[in-house]
Write a protein that binds this ligand. Structure first.
Ligand SMILES: Cc1ncc(COP(=O)(O)O)c(C=O)c1O
Length: 463
């Protein structure tokens, strides 16, 4: 072993299998790495056709101005009233059945047990284990804290490979932990490209953190082969991917551990929260200690740790949302299909449609704008939509390797495929809590903008 896991050392009586023992040689010739199984660029061909009229019970009554659209003067950016008076956000949080939540709150009040591994947290962990078909679920205060605990418990040091095209939290936590984030390229699926990761793997690489971006599994098999050959742990940032599947299995049991975000904007949420899933019992035990200051008893501390616990209030939200999740996922799928229909055939705007639709949670509506073909840049389109109350968002902008402070640590690093995505991708209001009539209105607006691109361009110049 090149280094000991500090936390592990402090834990008497643990099974000898943790942490892993010998690792094979760390520096692999790129040729030895199995090449990525090339996936075709994602298209909407063959995507199941859905005409759902269902609305989630908590969806707002559609409220928008169905204004005439004849020229640039009808756009809010040029002074007309907006389509939506109140902003439509990219992922409106699902709100579960209030009566069920209140009943759980009554019981919490009665018990006066608000946090510290309470019965609702325990029940949610049990139910999530069954739902995701994974032996160990460890709830945390958020996903960032959860991934940080995994890094601590595995004793990760040195360099960690990650995609630059992901949420900035991972790069930040690695840097804060004294690790070196090594930014890698994406493949055609927008997720970490194993071939590019292989090319950046060195003696110092200690782990790979790959993101199941936009609710689809990343190349689990390709990355698994890479990490197995290098003898390093593969971890998944599954923040986007609750309810998604790989080869028929729910995500949660792959790699050494997967970390889901249960933030309010996610497909399944607890307001704020995180979920670590793993098949490794010893790691799960470690994580439980580390999320509670290292306490193994009321006054016994076995290891270093922080406060990364989930409260009973958050767990109640999760239990109520879990009951509603199948309906939420079906509604998200209908919303996604409505966008697919509403934006079909538009030149220069491509909706990301997962090739294996059954495997995706359909929580994200992701569009790529080719400025030349569309007639306007992605940023201009976002600006026009935002003025209409349609708060489309650039993601992930500008990309990890171009964001402070990581840009300064990586001068001259060029990741052209990532940069193209950062400059072209936007998210539209989607997910199970979006409203289908509003989606139709958003599509109508985007079609109008596409058809009037030249006039809008000229009006902008004149203004
Ligand atoms: C891909 C990804 N990873 C990690 C996170 C961080 O999750 P949390 O806010 O629960 O810490 C997010 C949050 O949006 C995310 O999108």
């Amino acid at each position: 072993m090149r280094r000991a896991t500090t936390l592990w050392r402090a834990m008497p009586g643990r099974a000898a299998s943790f942490p892993p023992t010998a690792r094979p040689a760390r520096l692999l010739p790129t040729a030895a790495i199995p090449s990525r199984i090339e996936r075709p660029p994602e298209t909407c061909q063959g995507y199941p056709h859905l005409h759902a009229s269902a609305r989630m019970p908590d969806s707002p009554a559609p409220s928008f101005h169905h204004k005439p659209l004849t020229g640039p003067e009808d756009l809010a950016l040029f002074g007309a009233p907006p389509v939506f008076d109140t902003p439509r956000h990219v992922n409106r949080p699902a709100a579960p059945d209030r009566a069920a939540f209140d009943a759980m709150m009554d019981a919490v009040w009665e018990r006066r047990w608000f946090t510290n591994d309470g019965p609702l947290v325990q029940e949610l962990e049990r139910r999530l284990s069954a739902f995701l078909d994974v032996p160990h679920c460890v709830l945390t205060s958020n996903a960032t804290a959860g991934l940080d605990l995994v890094m601590q418990c595995l004793g990760i040091r040195g360099e960690v490979l990650l995609p630059s095209y992901t949420f900035i939290s991972t790069a930040h936590l690695l840097a804060l932990r004294g690790l070196t984030p090594v930014f890698c390229e994406v493949g055609t699926d927008m997720a970490l490209d194993p071939a590019d990761a292989a090319a950046r793997l060195t003696e110092r690489t200690d782990a790979v953190v790959a993101t199941h971006v936009w609710g689809s599994p990343c190349d689990i098999d390709g990355l698994g082969a890479l990490c197995d050959a290098a003898g390093i742990p593969l971890l998944f940032d599954a923040a986007h991917a609750f309810g998604a599947r790989h080869q028929g299995h729910p995500l949660g049991r792959f790699g050494r551990a997967e970390v889901f975000s249960l933030h309010a904007t996610k497909a399944f949420h607890t307001c704020e929260g995180g979920l670590i899933t793993t098949c490794d019992a010893a790691l799960a035990d470690q994580l439980r200690l580390a999320r509670n200051f290292g306490f193994s008893g009321s006054d016994r501390v076995d290891c270093t740790g922080v406060n990364a616990k989930m409260s009973e209030l958050h767990a109640a939200m999760g239990l109520a949302n879990l009951d509603a999740f199948p309906a939420t996922r079906a509604a998200a799928r209908a919303v996604h299909a409505a966008y697919r229909d509403g934006l079909a055939g538009l030149t220069g705007l491509r909706l990301k449609c997962p090739p294996a639709a059954e495997d995706n949670n359909h929580h994200y509506v992701v569009a790529e704008v080719d400025a030349r073909a569309f007639g306007l840049t992605r940023d201009r389109l976002v600006e026009l939509l935002t003025a209409e109350g349609i708060w489309a968002r650039r993601y992930f902008f500008p990309g990890g390797h171009r964001s402070p402070p990581h840009a300064a640590a990586n001068p001259g690093l060029s990741l052209p495929r990532t940069e193209a995505l950062c400059d072209r991708v936007m998210l539209l209001p989607g997910g199970g809590a979006a409203d289908l009539a509003e989606v139709a209105e958003i599509c109508r607006m985007i079609r109008f903008v596409a058809g009037s691109a030249a006039a809008i361009h000229n009006a902008g110049k004149a203004g």
